[in-house]
Design a protein. Structure first.
Lengths: 111, 111
C-alpha cells in the first residue's frame, strides 16, 4: 500500500497558469513537508507543517502556497507559473522531527 | 543557519569496491543524522540513521559519526551496481528545529 500519495506524477503547464500538487500521507505522521528538486538544487526545502500549522517557510515567493485541509493532506498551490518552476516536487512526512519519509514526487514542466 | 556539505560530488567505484561518502555540518548542537538514498525516478529513502559517536553497521553499510569534528560518513562495502544512486546526508536537532540536507553525492558502481 502506498504510504505517501502524490498526484499527479507528471504535470505540464503553460507559463502564467496555476496548478495544485496533491499530497496525502497514510503513516499517521504529524508533520508534513514540501521539497523541490532540480538540476540547480538537488533537494531544496520549501515548507514544513506540524499539526496542520505552518512551522517553517523557506520559499521566497508567495506564488507557492501550501494548503492543509486535513491532517494527512498537504497540497501545494503554485500560481503564475514560470519555466524556472520546472522541477520535481516531493512531499514528505515525519513523526515530530524524526527521519522523513518521502513520496514519489510530481514532475512539473512549465512551457 | 546550519550548513551541510557533502563530498565528493560524484564518485565512481568498481563493483565489489568500497565507496566512502563524507558529510560535514556546522551546528555543534546537531544530534540526529541520516543517510538517504535516491534512485533515479524515485523519492529519497532513508538508508540508515546514526545518533551516537562511533560506528553503526547495517549489512554492507557503515555510518561513522564524530560530533566533535562535525563529520559523518557512510561507507559501502562490496559495492553493487544497484547501489548506484544519489546519496544525501541529513542533519537535525540543532539550533533550528528542522532537518537540513546536503547537496548529495552521485555514486556510480561500474560492473
Amino acid at each position: 500500500d502506498p504510504k505517501i500519495i502524490q498526484k499527479p506524477k507528471y504535470l505540464v503547464a503553460v507559463t502564467g497558469s496555476e496548478k495544485i500538487l496533491i499530497c496525502e500521507q497514510y503513516l499517521g505522521h504529524n508533520a508534513m513537508y514540501w521539497y523541490r528538486q532540480s538540476a540547480k538544487k538537488p533537494l531544496e526545502f520549501m515548507f514544513s507543517y506540524s499539526y496542520q500549522k505552518l512551522m517553517d517557510n523557506q520559499t521566497a515567493s508567495s506564488r507557492f502556497q501550501p494548503q492543509s485541509s486535513k491532517k494527512n493532506h498537504l497540497d501545494l498551490q503554485i500560481t503564475a507559473l514560470k519555466p524556472d518552476d520546472s522541477a520535481t516536487y516531493f512531499c514528505a512526512s515525519s513523526q515530530d522531527n524524526w527521519g522523513q519519509y518521502f513520496g514519489p514526487g510530481t514532475r512539473l514542466t512549465v512551457l | 543557519q546550519q550548513k551541510v556539505q557533502q563530498s565528493p560530488e560524484s564518485l565512481i567505484v568498481p563493483e565489489g569496491g568500497m565507496a566512502s561518502l563524507n558529510c560535514t555540518f556546522s551546528d555543534r548542537n546537531s544530534q540526529y543524522f541520516w543517510w538517504y538514498r535516491q534512485h533515479s525516478g524515485e523519492g529519497p529513502k532513508a538508508l540508515m540513521s546514526i545518533f551516537s559517536n562511533g560506528d553503526k553497521k547495517e549489512g554492507r553499510f557503515t555510518a561513522h559519526l564524530n560530533k566533535a569534528s562535525l563529520h559523518v560518513s557512510l561507507h559501502i562495502k562490496d559495492s553493487q551496481p544497484s547501489d548506484s544512486a544519489l546519496y544525501f546526508c541529513a542533519v537535525a536537532g540543532g539550533s533550528n528545529n528542522r532537518i537540513f540536507f546536503g547537496d548529495g553525492t552521485q555514486l556510480v558502481v561500474k560492473p
